[in-house]
Design a protein around this ligand. Structure first.
Ligand SMILES: [Zn+2]
Ligand SMILES: [Zn+2]
Length: 125
């Protein structure tokens, strides 16, 4: 193979690599956080990724985030949002209020009040 031929092959494989990565990027939607109700990424790492990064949870936060981002081919800011709301639970938990007795419900979406046992059937917080 000539030098030009080799260069061309490299460029082709580099392009192929980019294409492969783009195809691997997931369609990332939004979901409501169970705790704070904010609209956050619906991204969730696969089980193999979660188990492979298990050892990093106690280490530096940015290392953990980068490991997940690399393993899942998602942008780092998406991983940060996921980690903040769903691993370290740093967002403020919002409780629902019982319309019957005014006590805090267990979660913002709780269907039944643990204080008076009244149940509610709407999704409204
Ligand atoms: Zn949250
Ligand atoms: Zn109640």
């Amino acid at each position: 193979m000539t030098l030009v031929g080799i260069r061309r092959a490299c460029r082709l494989s580099a392009n192929g690599g980019q294409l492969g990565k783009a195809q691997m990027e997931r369609k990332l939607g939004l979901r409501e956080c169970d705790r704070c109700g904010a609209s956050i990424t619906s991204f969730c790492p696969s089980l193999p990724t979660l188990s492979s990064v298990g050892n990093y949870v106690k280490g530096p936060r940015d290392v953990l985030e980068r490991k997940i981002a690399e393993a899942e081919c998602v942008p780092l800011d998406v991983v940060r949002e996921y980690v903040r709301h769903r691993i370290f639970l740093e967002c403020e938990k919002v409780f629902g209020i019982c319309p019957n007795c005014g006590q805090h419900l267990a979660t913002r979406r709780a269907r039944q009040c643990l204080a008076c046992y009244a149940s509610r059937h709407t999704d409204a917080p």
